[in-house]
Design a protein around this ligand. Structure first.
Ligand SMILES: [Zn+2]
Length: 448
């Protein structure tokens, strides 16, 4: 199982922070707190502001179908950022020197706690305020200077601002510091964790950045099951793709070593039958077409998405049926060998103990003396019989595959101290229908 999981590629290469701006927030209002950056060339406020404006525009230029826009609101002059003033402010320097050496800039975001968007199984919270602060202890260089070759290791301020605006919009790093990152597309992304001196490539979001921003704001497609994805095998599961764009086609990997293609006119839907018991991961490469965005492919993987189960078998195991072993006095230990091989396929086990040699609802043993029979919920309980005699022990085992039951009739004798005897009885597997007819206490699980 683990081996299979390791072979799967991650759902998406990029990451999101989990916050976003609802569509009514656009154009995004921003403020500017001008200051000279101590270690850099002195720039006047107009130049500083223009760099931020250009950095904003780098996103819609690269990803026109994301619908991004912004609007400068004016300057503010404050000592330190206020994360709750509902003003997204760019602080051109870190006036209180809060930032560590090596940090280029930081984006501080607060959300209003409303998770109003779900995409690809993840909840996104609405941004309330997002402030960006540049570290004044860094030597920054302008695009103009670096482009003209006037650079002695300075960090590219426009790239850094574009990266931080990516965070403000909800993008996380394409690769974190220390993470194994062999994909060049991720290393060259604007959202890569670090920026190299004298390198302007981060000014232009690359394909990884563009897919990432489109997944939050632009054209995007994702699938989900529209029929139950847990149930008895064989299990038919229908997967449907939702997108604002046209779904051109999709290539599917169903996780049971079979693949499929959905094509027009029903490219957005496919049904697959899971024949065998198992937990399955499902992947799709979804091809979309949009007049502005053109044709794009979005990959999606859902781990352990489908659970198909055969009916649980209470008597599985090397020695056949479950057994009872006398331990002391009237105390007996249940030995249960139910097959738990597919995780999730057995989710309920319940025992009922009846006086006599058959399942008789009127004779369910009342262990706690409250006048009502007591089923026992445990995998392999210890049963304290109330007296010597003949008993029938019924086991109910249930899961997405259904309910089944088996019974065992035993003669309980009181044992002396320390002596034990093996359970002597006859075992009779009975069908679920028989169990529920015989005892109304049989466990039933319904699944939608
Ligand atoms: Zn960052």
């Amino acid at each position: 199982m683990l081996g299979v999981l390791l072979l799967l590629s991650p759902a998406f290469a990029w990451e999101h922070t989990g916050w976003y701006w609802p569509s009514e927030s656009f154009p995004l209002a921003w403020y500017f707190d001008p200051d000279p950056l101590e270690d850099s060339l002195p720039l006047d406020a107009d130049v500083q502001r223009a760099i931020i404006q250009t950095s904003w525009e780098n996103w819609p230029e690269a990803a026109p179908c994301a619908g991004l826009s912004d609007e400068y609101q004016g300057d503010v002059n404050i000592e330190s950022r206020d994360g709750d003033d509902l003003r997204s402010t760019f602080h051109w320097e870190d006036e209180l020197d809060e930032q560590e050496t090596g940090t280029l800039a930081v984006t501080y975001t607060t959300t209003n706690g409303r998770g109003t968007k779900t995409a690809n199984g993840k909840v996104y919270f609405e941004v309330r305020d997002s402030d960006i602060v540049f570290n004044n202890d860094v030597d920054f260089g302008t695009t103009e200077d670096i482009g003209a070759g006037i650079c002695n290791g300075e960090s590219p301020v426009e790239s850094v601002a574009t990266h931080e605006i990516g965070h403000l919009l909800g993008l996380a790093h394409s690769c974190e510091d220390g993470a194994a990152c062999t994909d060049l597309d991720l290393q060259e992304a604007t959202m890569y964790w670090a920026a190299s001196g004298c390198d302007l490539s981060g000014n232009t979001p690359n394909s990884d950045d563009i897919t990432s921003i489109n997944a939050v704001y632009g054209v995007f497609g994702s699938f989900e099951a529209t029929t139950p994805r847990s149930g008895p095998a064989p299990l038919d599961v229908t997967f449907a793709i939702t997108s604002e764009a046209d779904v051109v086609s999709a290539s599917w990997q169903f996780g049971d070593l079979t693949t499929g293609e959905s094509v027009a006119p029903t490219a957005d839907i496919i049904t697959h039958t899971y024949e065998k018991s198992g937990s399955y991961s499902v992947s799709a490469d979804i091809v979309l077409n949009d007049p502005i965005c053109g044709t794009t492919t979005y990959p999606q993987t859902e781990i352990g998405y489908v659970l198909a189960c055969t009916e649980p078998v209470p008597e599985a195991g090397a020695d056949g049926f479950f057994q009872l072993q006398a331990s002391d006095g009237l105390r007996w230990q249940v030995i249960n060998r139910t097959d738990m091989g597919t995780y999730g396929c057995v989710d309920t086990i319940q025992w009922e103990v009846y006086e006599g040699s058959k399942v008789d609802p009127a004779k369910l043993v009342d262990f706690d003396g409250d006048g009502e029979g007591d089923p026992i919920g445990a995998f392999a309980p210890i049963i304290d019989f109330p007296a010597a005699g003949t008993y029938t022990v019924l086991m109910n085992v249930g899961g997405p595959g259904g309910l089944s039951a088996g019974s065992l009739t035993i003669d309980v004798v009181e044992l002396g101290d320390g002596s034990t005897v093996a359970g002597c009885g006859t075992s009779t597997p009975i069908t679920a229908a028989a169990a529920s007819l015989a005892g109304l206490l049989a466990v039933r699980r319904r699944r939608s």
